[in-house]
Design a protein around this ligand. Structure first.
Ligand SMILES: NC(=O)CC[C@H](N)C(=O)O
Length: 193
């Protein structure tokens, strides 16, 4: 890729502004995506945290679910945090995911309903010491397919993973000043186009 990457930012629901700030600080051109035509010409896409069931419903309503699924399945680099991770996963029989990363997740399963917590994380491929992970009603990764590389864990539970150019975290790097996960995603974007 030559020049500045154009990163789509799914903007139907959830923590959009925080991701926008991180991506812009790293020099990306951000395009908020709310309808199918806005997927054209993007080099990668970010799916924010929020409420995955609401996002799924809105994506279906505006006609974005299928085209997004096709783009992700044909190799569009993607980065999903928390609810974004849920949407990028394989989902389950009742609610199939976008299928960008071969993991199965359980929503709101990281501790109790109200559980939000922080944890220091060592993330594979990220230099410069541990990263503060902010978890807000995070999904639990129940299983990973063979093509999935787990990048970080809390105890024995995976909380960051990558498959090809798709990166997912159960935590919210956009809610801290730490740009390293977004930098890792952008490195994958440059490498894949
Ligand atoms: N912070 C978040 O994105 C929470 C995710 C939310 N609990 C869901 O299941 O969609």
């Amino acid at each position: 890729m030559t020049g500045v990457p154009v990163i789509g930012l799914l903007a139907v629901q959830g923590g959009v502004a925080e991701h926008e700030r991180h991506l812009e600080r790293l020099g990306a051109a951000v395009r908020r995506v709310r309808r199918p035509g806005e997927l054209d010409g993007i080099d990668g896409i970010v799916l924010p945290g929020g409420e995955s069931s609401a996002m799924r419903r809105l994506l279906t309503t505006v006609g974005l679910w299928e085209p997004l699924r096709e783009r992700v399945r044909s190799g569009l680099p993607a980065f999903g945090t928390c609810a974004g991770m849920i949407l990028l996963s394989g989902g389950d029989d009742a609610d199939p995911g976008l299928g960008g990363v071969d993991i199965r997740v359980q929503r709101n399963a990281f501790g109790s309903q109200a559980a939000s917590f922080e944890s220091e994380l060592d993330v594979d491929g990220v230099e410069g010491g541990p990263m503060r992970g902010v978890f807000i009603r995070a999904p639990l990764v129940r299983s990973c397919g063979v093509g999935v590389q787990v990048l970080a864990r809390v105890g024995d539970r995976p909380v960051a993973a990558r498959q090809g150019a798709v990166l997912v975290t159960a935590f919210h790097p956009e809610l801290t000043g730490d740009l390293r996960m977004h930098r890792l995603f952008l490195a994958g974007v440059s490498g894949s186009v």
